[in-house]
Design a protein around this ligand. Structure first.
Ligand code: FES
Length: 169
């Protein structure tokens, strides 16, 4: 019986497999890292986008503000256009509401329905919202309009990602 259970051939085979695997990993890892890099990129949670709206021009009447930005989804880049209804409340606080109706996603307008000139109105199924975005009971939407977080920089309005409306208690 041999004292050495591993033959020379086996030792050589194990060594070559180990070294080969190590070298292959060294070559492949940077390639894999490069390929998945966009997915691993950290996106700022509180990302704000510039609008062309001067805060000094805002009144207590909602005005339509459109803004564009480039969206990067892993390897795919696209230009996104979004809209907000923006005004200042009685305390001078900026309120920016999403126009997307919480019923089935049509866009709401302000002041276009002659019977309800001081409400947001959804032309698709007659949904209505109060000035602060609260859905009017008895109309199709079951939730308030979402609201954009706002920021002011150099006198211009910046908007974040729409969230649940904090102005409706
Ligand atoms: S989508 Fe707005 S009321 Fe139906």
């Amino acid at each position: 019986m041999s004292k050495n259970p591993v033959t020379r051939r086996q030792f050589l085979s194990y060594t070559l497999t180990g070294v080969g695997g190590f070298m292959a990993a060294g070559i492949l890892m940077p390639m894999v890292r490069f390929a998945v890099d966009p997915v691993l990129q950290h996106r700022g949670a509180g990302e704000f986008h510039a609008t062309s709206k001067k805060v000094a021009d805002l009144t207590n009447e909602p005005t339509r503000v459109e803004f564009k930005y480039e969206q990067v989804d892993a390897w795919y880049k696209s230009d996104v256009t979004q809209t907000a209804w923006v005004y200042k409340d009685e305390k001078g606080e900026i309120i920016a509401l999403s126009p997307v109706c919480k019923h089935l996603g049509c866009n709401v307008t302000w002041g276009e329905n002659k019977q309800h000139p001081n409400q947001f109105y959804c032309p698709c199924h007659g949904g209505r919202y109060e000035l602060n975005g609260k859905n009017v009971p008895g109309t199709p939407p079951s939730k308030p309009l979402d609201a954009y977080p706002t920021k002011v920089k150099d006198g211009f309005l910046y908007l974040g990602k729409p969230k649940e409306n904090p102005f409706v208690k």
